[in-house]
Design a protein around this ligand. Structure first.
Ligand SMILES: NC(=O)C1=CN([C@@H]2O[C@H](COP(=O)(O)OP(=O)(O)OC[C@H]3O[C@@H](n4cnc5c(N)ncnc54)[C@H](O)[C@@H]3O)[C@@H](O)[C@H]2O)C=CC1
Ligand SMILES: O=C(O)CCC(=O)C(=O)O
Length: 387
């Protein structure tokens, strides 16, 4: 029986289906793996039983992924599984930030007792006149799963769309409408934009990338949308831009002590991915990643280890070594196997950044002293006997 600890409400109805051979447990110390969403794991003492963590969602800034890699813990996310939900709410925010829809509804509620409300509404409506998106210039920062969808949707709305992403993947470049114009610097992207929308992960090179300099390049009265992470903007600069008129509106998914006090904002409860469909997509992807890793050792969509697959574990034994990406690891692993006369059927080695993964099938079960010898190799973080 494999044991899973869930952290956060994975879905609104609380349903998490791993199927036969799995049990949801209440204590992480009893679990083999964790299924989670947005809880911050920095400073959390990870029990040694945990071999894998799957984040239902895209952003992993809430998880110390490199620290966990060195503990031999594979961290997965679910890329793209909630991107459509975020795209839709960003389009909603574009419209709500441009038309006085919310303000007009508030007026109606406030005048519910007015017997002449139909006539009075006709007089009031001039206060809620907005402008159209068609023909306006929008800059999209980050053209990954969410940003590329937002950019394409803005093309469909008739906007003049510019994108900035120095690390765009081939897959997302192919998915992008030819009408999206790519620019080489963030400053060129911001220049003369009516709208700026942010879709980059929170990491050292994106923290505070939108500050006074970037905001100063936007058209006066521009709209800023941040459904990525709160860390990406310089909050004081955004506040000053709203008060000074450089920004007319700020829509943001992160209620921080500063954003909630800014004027002219729509601040939501980190609800960009808040649809039943996105929750189900993320849970399905994360669950299948965890199952394939626990049952077969295969890695897909990890953020701290390379992708690696040898299909289903069918040989007598399958062993996986998680280790540092340094020279002579394969040599040392095969030397241990040769010393104990183990016959390797198949072997794969993959690396990503500072970490690497070696997995092999053998004709017979390895003796425990062989496994112990593998664990003794310097720079091996963990050895898993999968079968
Ligand atoms: N509000 C919410 O509920 C949600 C928020 N998010 C946030 O949005 C972010 C983006 O999500 P996805 O598009 O799914 O991720 P993704 O990984 O598919 O795309 C991120 C894109 O940002 C680009 N990028 C990285 N560094 C950059 C930089 N310095 N400048 C410009 N581009 C850069 C990457 O090349 C990549 O194309 C997530 O990391 C997460 O923080 C994602 C989903 C839901
Ligand atoms: O789990 C959530 O609702 C947040 C989703 C998110 O922020 C992400 O996928 O990066």
């Amino acid at each position: 029986m494999r044991r899973i600890k869930t952290i956060d409400d994975i879905t609104k109805d609380g349903q998490v289906e791993f199927g036969e051979g799995y049990q949801i447990v209440s204590e992480a110390s009893e679990a083999d793996a964790i299924l989670m969403r947005s809880t911050d794991l920095h400073g959390y003492e990870l029990p040694p039983s945990i071999r894998a963590i799957a984040r239902c969602g895209a952003g992993v800034n809430n998880i110390p992924v490199e620290e966990y890699a060195r503990q031999g813990v594979v961290v997965f996310n679910s890329p793209g599984a909630n991107a459509n939900a975020v795209k839709e709410i960003v389009i909603a925010m574009l419209i709500l930030s441009s038309r006085g829809v919310v303000q007009s509804m508030e007026w109606v509620r406030a005048h519910a007792d007015d017997p002449d409300i139909l006539v009075d509404a006709e007089k009031a409506k001039k206060a809620f006149v907005g402008h159209e998106l068609k023909g306006k210039r929008i800059g999209v920062v980050g053209l990954g799963n969410v940003g590329s969808k937002v950019a394409n949707a803005c093309v469909d709305l008739g906007m003049d769309v510019f994108g900035y992403d120095p690390f765009i993947s081939v897959e997302h470049a192919w998915a992008l409408s030819q009408s999206v114009q790519r620019v080489g610097t963030l400053e060129d992207l911001c220049r003369n934009c009516d709208y700026l929308t942010l879709h980059v992960p929170s990491k050292p090179d994106t923290v505070g990338i939108i500050g006074a300099d970037q905001l100063g390049l936007l058209k006066p009265g521009a709209v800023l949308i941040n459904f990525a992470r709160e860390t990406i903007i310089d909050e004081d600069a955004v506040d000053a831009a709203l008060r000074g008129g450089r920004l007319s509106w700020f829509s943001c998914d992160f209620a921080t002590p500063k954003t909630v006090r800014m004027p002219n904002t729509f601040i939501t409860t980190h609800s960009g991915a808040g649809t039943g469909e996105a929750e189900a997509n993320c849970a399905d992807m994360a669950i299948s990643e965890l199952k394939d890793y626990l049952e077969n050792g295969n890695i897909a969509n990890s953020v701290n280890y390379p992708s690696c697959s040898m299909g289903k574990a069918r040989a007598a034994s399958r062993i996986a070594c998680l280790h540092a990406n340094v020279p002579n690891m394969i040599g040392q692993i095969t030397a241990v196997l040769a010393h104990d006369n183990a016959n390797v059927q198949r072997m794969v080695n993959e690396s990503a950044g500072e970490n690497a993964y070696t997995m092999f099938d053998t004709d017979e079960h390895l003796e425990s002293k062989t496994i112990e010898a593998l664990k003794e190799i310097p720079a091996v973080y963990r050895v898993r006997v999968i079968k």
